[in-house]
Design a protein around this ligand. Sequence first.
Ligand code: CMC
Length: 459
Amino acid sequence: MGKKARLIINGKSYELPIITATDGNDAIDISRLREETGLITYDPGFGNSGSCISSISFMDGEKGVLRYRGIPIEQLAEQSSFVETSYLLINGELPTSEELSRFSLLLNDHSLVHEDMRHFFERFPRGAHPMGMLASMVNALRAFYPEIPERSEEDEINKTFARLLSKLRTLAAMSYRISMGFPVVYPSYFLSYCANFLNMMFDSTVRPYVIDDDMVQALNLFWILHADHEQNCSTSAVRLVGSARVNLYAAISAGISALWGPLHGGANQAVVEMLQAIHDNGGNVAPFIARAKDRTDPFLLMGFGHSVYKNYDPRGRIMKDMCHKFLAGHNVYDPLLDIAKRLEETVLSDPFFIDNGLYPNVDFYSGIVLRALGIPLDMFTVMFAIGRLPGWIAQWKESREDERGKLHRPRQVYCGYEERDYLPLGMRHAADRGDNSDALFRGKVRVRRTNAHSAVAIS
Ligand code: CMC
């Protein structure tokens, strides 16, 4: 018999099944909690709640572990390519060489975007952020390409995934070219996925782009490190929006919008802006660290901390290593790397950051790598989005195939007004508003605690 948890509320006992995980935290199944007890759970930020059962990626935040489909990120970073890793995430297994060739061919066949989509780009104002453009363009793809019907052949599904994987990369490069007023460069049959992207970004009739294998390798690694990360904010957005059965493009567009935020994927741009600000202020990291430690100051040290990792982010470690090797190998001197190293050293020996479990995350060194690849600052989060796409697709597919899957519809703990009457306009006076409304307007709602004697026991 499986393990159970016992929940005691006001002396009455309830048994809750425990779902056993292959690795990591087991879960108390509360799916019948409200029906049986009349209570719901409260977990702001969902740090204690499993929203799904998944077999795509695994992370252990305390030990700093990340695996895709069971394979450690370190091994994939060392031996795989981004295309192969995408296949692994979406299909669950590493491809044979024949499967990999077929997948690459499919990506190649679907790399062009409808010419009419260029007109969309041309109407965005100059200076529009590429993440906003990308989210809109991905949503617009549905107007040009069919969605996956409820019961589709596997071939049709794979074609749609390949279409999106390939076109997102083309759209990203196009958005940069058009924003700069440069002619669009089309994808080439003769180039690999990563080499194609660099070529679409930087090739020109007056200065042909020379593909550098180290750059291609660095980009492969950059995208592998971003390919999936369990139920993070953007992936949860993809699953939540997808649970309404919207088309794949709309769900991915929601993920791109979530990723844009500076606490999530937007951090890679914010890190470089912060390092630049330190540089422009004479290179002294101390005032920035002091601000980050000041609880009354909303300033955060970008690129540090993570909701799950309370140890060095394994992706951050690999990124840092790659950053050093790549810059040294290409004789690139970036003053921001010196500042980053100094900042990291100081932070890692400061009790505030140690006590709060704040270590460099994947975004801390990634921006310096992107700068060395020639990627402009406002494209950094777009680079994260291209990398995260196979993970979003895999998660969308898994949630669609999940027989337990339901429309995502969280509950809330309501702490607003009790029932009250509508007051006609002429009878309303701000001065008459009671404490409750005042608290509400300032966002200081009171949570009423029950004094019931409750306990949870695992048997
Ligand atoms: N600088 C200063 N203080 C921080 C930072 C930071 N970067 N990160 C967390 N803290 C504080 C936080 O405010 C909290 O203080 P208090 O206990 O007084 O409320 C304490 O440290 C513990 O924080 P936490 O609970 O470990 O972190 P969290 O889950 O609230 O937030 C985070 C996680 C990623 C939003 C946050 O660490 C952060 O804003 N970091 C900077 C932005 C960043 O680099 N984001 C990229 C994350 S990795 C890429 C991705 O997967 O999205």
